[in-house]
Design a protein around this ligand. Sequence first.
Ligand code: SF4
Ligand code: SF4
Length: 598
Amino acid sequence: MKKVLMGNEAVAYSLFINGVNVVVGYPGTPSTEVIETLKNFQDDDFYVEWSTNEKVALEIAAGASLAGARAVATMKQVGLNVAADPLLSLSVVGVEGGLIVFVADDPGPHSSQTEQDTRNFARFCNLPVFDPSSPKEAFELIKPAFEISEKYNLPVLYRMTTRVCHSNQSIEFELKREKRRIKGFEKRPDWVILPALSYKKHVELEKKLQDIKKDLSVYNRVEGKGKIGIITGGVSYFYVKEAIKGFEDLFSILKITVAHPLDDEIVLGFVEDKEVLIFIEELDPVLEEEVKLILFENGKLLPVYGKRNGYVPFAGEFDVDKVRNIFYKILSDEKFLVRNTFVDVLQIPKRQAQLCAGCPHRNSFLIVKYAMKGKDVIFTGDIGCYTLGFAKPISTTDTCLCMGASITMAQGLKIADRSKKVISFIGDSTFFHSGITGLVNSYYNRHNITVCILDNLTTGMTGFQPHPGTGKKIYGEEGRKVSIEDIVKGIGVEKILVIDPYSDFTENVNKVREFLKDEELGVIIFRRECANMGSKESYLKINQNCSNCKGCMQITGCPALKEDENGNIFIDSALCNGCGLCKSFCPYSAIEKVMKDD
Ligand code: SF4
Ligand code: SF4
């Protein structure tokens, strides 16, 4: 069959065809669609779930692998930090069934707190890493990734970047699943990581890497015969191909698909007749450093252009125009004769990140903001839709570090700056991911902060994945619902308030103000389903009483409130979710509700 597949879908199809038995992960853009696609597949030896965080997921996958199953843990790059502990240990303990750790990096970054390069993790953990350039390649490399994992009993990192994850390509394949026998868990002393064993296995691992690099070298290739050598990998390979169109004779390309461990022979063969080397890779200079090391060890010296001498940027996502500009900069150097050949970067207009129209988090943030008006308060934020609480006019997020850190950082701030009230915001899925431990610490150590859990009954930013608080499992079937209130009470927190952020704004402000009067540990759960879930029953419209003061727009920042060409304010009924927030701020009773069926 021939099918147009997105990169992540291509990975999912290939995993299924190649007999994966267990796929677990935590949603995170740009990785999410692997599991979202796989949940549509079914087989009697196939299991898929959303786990509470990436560490949990990798440990589940590791358990399945030790029993001989082919397993995959999926995550985004920052999720790999959470899963780093089991990953590093697994590189020493080893695996049995093929184990792929699928990590989607987010150069840009588009939806992450940091840019990270998972190829560095591969070097750090001494593990092989595949870095496919296209959806088709992502499809094709799953099979060897499993095979290498099984041959060397090591986890394999499968790193993709946003553009590869989310671009589409037509792929031809047979939807036929490889059937494998799962042999079951066999007790072996080397599954128990003791220091003496760890040392022995580390020595073995270093030896294995020498063999692995020979096996994997076939996935790296040389193209062209030009004297200017370009070393590239991942999606940058395609940017390079586009950027040098019409000038191909000048260049040759070493395309690196397996960035670690990198085989010396192909590198040395490539540089043999080159006058200069240019490294085009997103994020860190992984290829640049590895290749330079090989050159140095083999006494080869030639001019190099890359990140380390400032010709190629360290940060941000590349595209064809950016790569063209890099070439322009390098080739404008007096060493080169090809000048003024490449065009300037196309400017794409940027859209400011903001909460959706009718997002209940907007109401929750403003309720707390108004309840605390005139008070000296620090608001700590977390990762998810609610990170957008930092944006004007909401402005109730003063810090944001990583998943769960709103609660723990709030405690640190409170210790250091007792005079201020500290209020943290966290989402429901994030609370389960890593907020719970922070709250336990707050209770145990008597840190008097307020934790606001913005419960929109889903994992919103990544596309509505369920979590323990929803009680639904991956297919929408019943799991067991974990109550946030019961957890909070179970920890020992006595002060709890549950609020519907869509209900009367003034009443909610008064309730929250009263709740926050005393300096004690408390949890407010703002519960209302995500505005993009469920059906819309009403919207609001502006009537003739409007004085066009624009207060509603300026206070809420709701994107459904717009100005027409004459500067008059109106509500875009297609976007408005009927949350009623803007109505609370209109001094002229100029906003009224319209039922959708009226
Ligand atoms: S009711 Fe007002 S604030 Fe709520 S979504 Fe509609 S326009 Fe936005
Ligand atoms: S706050 Fe009321 S009067 Fe002012 S622009 Fe909005 S709808 Fe019109």
